[in-house]
Design a protein around this ligand. Structure first.
Ligand code: G1P
Length: 282
């Protein structure tokens, strides 16, 4: 599931008439990274929780017949190839609308019919993870091992705990940590740890029942973190210290860093990027 109804206020004016998930890192929009990562974890059914002004996100995964036709006529095979990953199997992408901005938990609840009775995954496209094995596939493996709910976690500086969902941690075994509590955006002095949830989750469907209570949390929003917290003790709940580097693209600095990191991974761009970067570093 891909919650994409957010207004993107932190990226205004860029996001005035464009969905923030359409912002590119190098030459691919954030939403495409998310769909590709989901596919790499074996997911074949996608649900976007959208809102007003987000039509481009759905268009992006449709077949652009005229465009493909023109590219074929002009023998633009390379450009054509870039479009390959941008269409999905017929019927595999559905959308639901979150009509009111009541928070991430509310967005997930809006997709309850899509979730049904099965475990499901959530990717927040704002979070990019550069990794040898895609982050969601790592989570899926962890889920096969532990069952229950598994969220991807990383350490953040203490002063940033008020930006994220933060774990209270029990036993640790290798990269798996037992979650004994969850708090959404605690002030540094109240944070139970500096382990934060990033936008990758594998959850059991019971979380929907908890979200349906519509209890308001941090920012007066229905928080996914609060719904998940109610499952602790009833179902297994783990955090996975994934391997890879995360970029918070909801933040300007994180977004800019992602541009550099992803460009440096591209053989066609890396040499030029490296050489111009040198001119900025004193
Ligand atoms: C959301 C979640 C938060 C999580 C974060 C990861 O916050 O509510 O628990 O740590 O995503 O990026 P948001 O970024 O929507 O404020």
């Amino acid at each position: 599931m891909l919650p994409v109804a957010g207004l993107g206020t932190r990226f205004l004016p860029a996001t005035k008439a464009t969905a923030k998930e359409m912002l590119p890192v190098v030459d691919k929009p954030l939403i495409q990274y998310a769909i590709e990562e989901a596919r790499a974890a074996g997911i074949e059914q996608f649900c976007m929780v959208t809102g007003r002004g987000k039509t481009a996100l759905v268009e992006h995964f449709d077949i652009a017949f005229e465009l493909e036709h023109t590219l074929r006529e002009r023998n633009r095979t390379e450009a054509l190839a870039t479009l390959e990953a941008t269409s999905v199997e017929p019927g595999s992408l559905v959308t639901v609308r979150q009509q009111v901005p009541h928070g991430l938990g509310h967005a997930i609840w809006c997709a309850r019919a899509f979730v049904g009775d099965d475990p499901f995954a959530i990717i927040l496209p704002d979070d990019l993870v550069l990794a040898d094995k895609p982050c969601l596939a790592q989570l899926a493996d962890a889920y096969l091992e532990t069952g229950g709910n598994v969220v991807a976690v990383t350490e953040v500086p203490r002063e940033h705990t008020n930006r994220y969902g933060i774990l209270k941690v029990g036993k640790t075994e290798g990269r798996l940590v037992e979650v004994t509590g969850l708090v959404e955006k605690p002030a540094p002095e109240n944070a139970p740890s500096n382990l934060s949830i990033i936008g990758r989750y594998v959850l059991l469907p019971e979380v929907i029942t908890e979200l349906a209570r519509m209890e308001r949390g941090a920012g007066n929003e229905v928080q996914l973190t609060d719904g998940m917290a109610r499952l602790i003790g009833k179902q297994p709940f783990h955090g996975l210290l994934y391997e890879g580097r995360r970029f918070d693209c909801g933040d300007k600095i994180g977004f800019l860093e992602a541009q550099i990191a992803y460009a440096l991974k591209r053989p066609d761009l890396a040499p030029a990027v490296q050489s111009f970067l040198k001119t900025y570093v004193r």
